[in-house]
Design a protein around this ligand. Structure first.
Ligand SMILES: Cc1cc2nc3c(=O)[nH]c(=O)nc-3n(C[C@H](O)[C@H](O)[C@H](O)COP(=O)(O)OP(=O)(O)OC[C@H]3O[C@@H](n4cnc5c(N)ncnc54)[C@H](O)[C@@H]3O)c2cc1C
Length: 423
């Protein structure tokens, strides 16, 4: 299963497997946005960092996602205000904006070539959801002075899309979109230049207190890293590595296709503003044009091990509901990836013990949030804990039934809501 992203990746560096005994200030497990951004931000503060990756850099969701860089948190701002009050909600709002700025600044600072483009349009797939969109625009304007969003009613939708599938939309000029794997590879290059050492094809099988009682010893089959601090950055791929945090996330498989390159005329019809786009379905459809005018369309998910055998066909049916005019367009690539959701769709940050940190559960909003998590952990390990702790103190709930029983109940629930998209 090859993705468009791996086929169009800027030349990736390759890294040796971990062998023997190594030492570091900080050992990071996982080489996606969380792990690499943490490593880069910590190395820039002078720490010696080792990253251990089970497969290759970008193997996880960071090399496979839709590339949407959305503002705010995964929950809308009114929900956050109602749940946590204005002070925490507003901090979360401004951190959400800073997360998008962090992505932009990393791209500028390290001259990362990743097809960065601007804006997102979010569509209501039912007339009843248009009010929510209008309310959100008004709420952000009135309470946050945010003027980067505009509600577009049905009669003006042809300005933003050539499709009859929707009833209204919000144009958001602050969000961005990019080539997700190339963004990661650019951060990897910056991290190695800053002194970060990365090992690939090295699955961490266990970790625990080092014999000196102060450090942590992180083990793969062929090597060991002894470090002052360890960061778990495995998200939806963590499996059973850390039982203490497993029950708070549920891994979900989501699927994407890339068409052949579209003519300039068709591309302008499909995405008149060249923004990313998404809709209000529970199983969200999300799409955008790539740097070479392909439609990158994400739609459909499953809640079990394994991907559908025909991913292109699986996603194509969702694409044709939005764009029937693409019925004769070839699909060049289809692929899937695994993300982690939390029950309340807010990220799950914290510590297993004083020197073992984790960040996970970005619930489909990880391009900005996981990148930003790297900035927050670097602040925290350097002694400025406030912002990391604010995230860590957000209330989180285990999935009902915990690690063992979360599947049957949750899968039934997810399938129920997915079914409601269709009726
Ligand atoms: C199909 C899809 C589309 C998405 N679209 C979007 C989008 O448009 N916008 C958005 O904001 N978010 C999106 N997301 C979510 C986003 O991609 C993730 O939230 C983000 O990439 C998480 O980054 P991460 O570094 O935490 O995890 P990952 O990128 O998944 O990296 C985790 C890494 O940990 C490694 N690992 C696991 N266990 C071990 C071990 N024992 N030893 C060593 N290494 C280990 C894995 O091999 C993996 O490389 C999407 C996700 C998917 C799957």
């Amino acid at each position: 299963m090859s993705s468009y992203y791996s086929a169009s990746a800027n030349k990736p560096q390759s890294f040796q497997a971990l062998a023997g005994d190594q030492n570091a200030d900080i050992c990071v497990i996982g080489a996606g946005y969380t792990g690499i951004s943490s490593a880069l931000h910590l190395a820039e503060r002078g720490y010696k960092v080792i990253v251990i990756e089970a497969e290759t850099v970008g193997f996880g969701a960071s090399g496979r996602n839709g590339g949407h860089v959305g503002i705010g948190q995964r929950q809308d701002q009114q929900y956050l205000e109602d749940k946590f009050g204005h002070e925490i909600a507003s901090t979360l709002w401004y951190m959400g904006l800073e997360a998008v700025d962090t992505v932009k600044e990393l791209i500028q600072k390290h001259r990362i070539k990743c097809d960065l483009k601007h804006g997102n349009v979010h569509f209501a797939h039912r007339a009843k959801y248009t009010h929510e969109l209008e309310e959100e625009v008004a709420f952000l304007h009135d309470h946050y002075g945010f003027d980067q969003m505009e509600y577009v009613p049905k009669e003006r939708l042809s300005e933003v899309i050539n499709s009859d599938a929707y009833h209204g939309a919000v144009v958001d000029r602050a969000s961005k979109h990019l080539h997700p794997l190339n963004f990661l590879l650019g951060m990897v290059e910056a991290a190695t230049k800053a002194g970060v050492v990365i090992y690939e094809n090295s699955r961490v099988i266990s970790y625990g207190d080092a014999p000196n009682g102060r450090q942590v010893a992180v083990k793969t089959t062929q090597g060991q890293v002894t470090a002052n601090e360890m960061i778990l950055a495995c998200n939806g791929y963590i499996e059973k590595l850390e039982p203490k945090i497993n029950g708070y996330i549920m891994p979900i498989n989501n699927f994407v296709l890339a068409t052949e390159p579209l003519s300039d005329e068709l591309a302008a019809q499909i995405a008149p503003l060249d923004t990313s786009m998404s809709d209000s379905r529970f199983v969200i459809n999300y799409w955008k044009l790539s740097g070479d005018n392909r439609l990158i369309f994400g739609g459909g998910e499953n809640y079990r091990r394994g991907f559908p055998s025909d991913i292109k066909g699986f996603v194509r049916k969702y694409m044709l509901q939005v764009y029937p005019q693409l019925a004769d367009t070839n699909i060049d690539y289809g692929w899937g990836g695994t993300l982690a959701i939390t029950l309340n769709r807010l990220p799950h940050f914290g510590r297993v013990q004083d020197n073992i940190w984790y960040m996970q559960g970005y619930s489909g909003h990880g391009v900005p949030t996981a990148t930003f998590a790297g900035k927050l952990i670097a602040e925290a390990i350097s002694g400025k804990l406030e912002r990391f702790d604010l995230m860590a103190n957000l209330p989180t709930t285990k999935f009902p039934g915990g690690t063992l029983l979360r599947w049957p109940g949750m899968v039934t629930g997810m399938l129920y809501y997915a079914l409601r998209d269709r009726i």
